[in-house]
Design a protein around this ligand. Structure first.
Ligand SMILES: [Zn+2]
Length: 87
């Protein structure tokens, strides 16, 4: 049995192992966080660490669509930094 939790990347819409994704969370107060632990409470969206996904994410503001509201640019920036670190 494989110990995998699959989540969908909001950019490429593929199911991937949770460990290869970075989570973005919106909490009850409507604040956004990049959540490397995957344990913060709130509504989450996942993005994988593929450069194409990051590019698409920023270009098309995919997170804004996923959360149906404005996501601060710094979240996109933090997400990019986070993904670079994981490589
Ligand atoms: Zn992806």
């Amino acid at each position: 049995m494989k110990n995998e939790t699959l989540r969908m990347c909001v950019a490429c819409r593929q199911m991937k192992d949770k460990r290869t994704l970075t989570r973005v969370v919106k909490n009850k107060e409507g604040q956004f966080f990049v959540d490397p632990t995957g344990k913060m409470s709130g509504r989450g969206a996942y993005v994988c660490h593929v450069p194409e996904c990051l590019t698409k994410l920023k270009k098309q503001k995919v997170l804004n669509k996923a959360f149906k509201c404005q996501v601060p640019d710094e979240i996109y920036q933090k997400l990019e930094n986070e993904c670079k670190e994981k490589k």
